[in-house]
Unconditional design. Structure first.
Length: 250
């Protein structure tokens, strides 16, 4: 089977390399506007950080990747955080009916989903701006979609580290929406194939223990794992995550 690993940080790339998950049939891709752009080295920075050209561009890119690596043996997509939200969105959109399995690491559902922490130490949605831009988009006014709608609070250890310059510290409205399951997000969730969801009980952005009660009414296809003592970032390279991903791919 083909595995597409949707990455939002170089941490994830290093983890995937360590697991031996990146091969010609298991490519790891940083999403447009995120992380490092390996085609733009030595600087490696994306041309537009935290922004895309139009709302559905990420889904279109994901569909292009799936087509490019299709080997006729099925497609598995893995995403962390916003990447997990994109997997859910695409399951009922650009990749509808194409996925054989999904692996979700602390996925982003909606800024107002039960899983979102009101006191998040990780992300701060600009709620009034989001509401205003949503109303404008209902009237097909998209001129302001490049405005910032979501800001991230990275730990100082990340920002001051050797890869701090690769951190995406804010999303435009169109990028935020492009990552996010649709307004009726349970319909997107219902379109998922068999999936494994992994989250930490110390997640600073989401309530890890609320994924199962939130998703299970929409689908019975999920297997849920709550890792003790793991937060939003370190769930990516936790040894338990390694074992669960290996088992899901077996």
């Amino acid at each position: 089977m083909t595995l597409l690993w949707i990455l939002l940080s170089i941490i994830g790339v290093q983890f995937a390399l360590a697991l031996g998950l990146i091969t010609s049939q298991r490519p790891a891709k940083n999403l447009r506007g995120e992380g490092l752009d390996f085609q733009r080295l030595p600087e490696g920075l994306p041309e537009k950080r935290g922004d895309i050209d139009y709302v559905d561009q990420l889904e279109d890119n994901l569909a292009d990747l799936a087509k490019a690596y299709d080997n006729g043996r099925g497609l598995i997509v893995l995403g962390h955080s916003s990447g997990g939200g994109l997997v859910i969105r695409a399951a009922n959109g650009a990749l509808k009916g194409q996925l054989s399995k999904a692996i979700l690491l602390a996925p982003y559902l909606k800024h107002n989903a039960p899983t979102a922490r009101a006191d998040s130490a990780w992300a701060a949605p600009l709620t009034r701006r989001i509401i205003g831009l949503s109303m404008l988009n209902l009237m097909r006014i998209r001129r302001l979609n490049g405005l910032t709608a979501l800001q991230f609070r990275f730990p100082d250890a990340v920002l001051n580290g050797p890869l701090g310059h690769t951190a995406t510290r804010a999303y435009s409205y169109r990028m935020m929406v492009g990552f996010t399951p649709r307004a009726a997000y349970l319909k997107d969730i219902a379109a998922l194939p068999d999936f494994t969801l992994i989250a930490g009980d110390q997640d600073e952005a989401f309530h890890g223990d609320l994924y199962e009660p939130t998703l299970r009414p929409a689908t019975q296809k999920g297997t849920y794992h709550l890792l003790q003592g793991r937060g939003h970032l370190d769930v990516v390279d936790a040894s338990e995550t390694y074992a669960l991903i290996k088992a899901a791919l077996a």
